[in-house]
Write a new protein. Structure first.
Length: 352
């Protein structure tokens, strides 16, 4: 049975943390909050426990996990090399929403890395996550605590929805701050490559390292015949049950186009969802209109995106029309997740 424990992240009760840490040590599964999204965690060194993560989520075995740590020393334990560039990055961005990929040591069981010789490592800043890892005394392997393919969980209620009965403990620590998964940067080659965009942006990384590249797969529809460097990127992701379409173009044209698309769908009896923003929501007269955030504060859009996708499911809409965002700064991460949720279905508003 699953035990749900409420912990105050501003004043975490250590006896509750220790209860969960004990479950990890004994080979159990604990879902816990981080600043990005909720994770489903197990002792990284316990192969059987890590295997259970894949089963609980229905995650394909070729999609590797991120190992979460609480002190920089642990990087030496998990890798054969801690390059200068990696040190610079973690000094600046840890604890926080940045994952680094390095060459793995023999101590890391291959179940974590999907058989690869590289390992993804992150030090989260959320106080509950930090204490849980520290008190467990081992790195914790933790992918997002959703059923594979569903939007990532940014609140304990989402974890309960997806994983109740499949994990030993769910820690309820409130809503996640960032709301999108960590930036993943590969540091195993000469030039660092962003494999997954997140709140630590390309510009922020370039400021510290100079040249940093974006993985060419990032904004393309995945091709099943090509093996991307980050295996997780080829899977359909973050999807609500409704069909999602992103409407692109100048904002006024986008609003006009969405209104017209919504009208047509309503006419044929479909339930329509509209993902709007503070700047546009009052212009929509029909359909289930949900405000994802404020265009002036893109962090608010990141924070609410997955929750809004789940809310459309709760309202049982058939089709969602989503406004689009600029691909710069955190917008790159927002659009990357939105495009996956939409299965790359886009409608051009230009000229309408
Ligand atoms: P999740 O924890 O569900 O957010 O997914 C973890 C992400 O990190 C996936 O996209 C993985 O493909 C990526 N990842 C984990 N380990 C590695 C690795 N060794 N090399 C490249 N990408 C990785
Ligand atoms: Mg995930």
């Amino acid at each position: 049975m699953t035990k749900v424990i409420r912990i105050d992240r501003y004043n975490p009760e250590i006896e509750l943390i220790d209860y969960a840490a004990e479950v990890i040590k004994k080979g159990g599964l604990v879902a816990f909050p981080t600043e990005t999204v909720y994770g489903i965690g197990a002792n990284s060194f316990d192969e059987e426990a890590v295997k259970r993560i894949f089963i609980a989520k229905g995650r394909p075995q070729d999609n590797p996990l991120i190992l979460h740590i609480a002190s920089i020393d642990q990087v030496y334990d998990l890798t054969v090399e801690f390059p200068e560039k990696a040190k610079k990055l973690v000094q600046k961005f840890w604890p926080g929403p940045l994952t680094i990929v390095l060459k793995k040591s023999s101590k890391v069981p291959y179940i974590n890395t999907a058989g690869m010789d590289t390992v993804a490592i992150r030090m989260p800043s959320n106080s509950i996550a930090h204490l849980l890892i520290k008190r467990a005394g081992v790195p914790i392997s933790a992918p997002s605590a959703n059923v594979s393919g569903r939007p990532s969980p940014t609140d304990a209620s989402h974890v309960i929805e997806d994983l109740y009965g499949k994990v030993d403990v769910i820690i309820d620590g409130g809503k996640c701050d960032v709301g999108l998964e960590s930036t993943v940067v590969d540091l195993t080659d000469e030039i660092p490559v962003i494999l997954r965009p997140g709140a630590v942006t390309l510009n922020m990384l370039q400021e510290v390292l100079g040249e940093v590249r974006l993985d060419p797969f990032l904004l393309k529809k995945p091709d099943m015949d090509i093996k991307p460097k980050s295996p997780g990127m080829k899977y359909k992701h973050y999807s609500p049950r409704a069909e999602v379409y992103i409407v692109k173009g100048p904002l006024d044209k986008v609003v006009k186009k969405i209104k017209q698309l919504a009208k047509n769908q309503l006419k044929i009896g479909k339930k329509v969802g509209i993902m709007a923003t503070v700047q546009t929501s009052t212009q929509y007269e029909e359909g289930e209109v949900i405000v994802v955030g404020d265009r002036e504060k893109p962090e608010s859009i990141a924070k609410n995106l997955f929750e809004v996708l789940r809310e459309f499911d709760r309202r049982e809409v058939d089709v969602v029309f989503a406004e689009s965002f600029d691909y710069d700064e955190i917008g790159l991460a927002i659009m990357n997740r939105l495009e996956k949720a939409a299965g790359y279905k886009e409608i051009e508003a230009e000229g309408s």
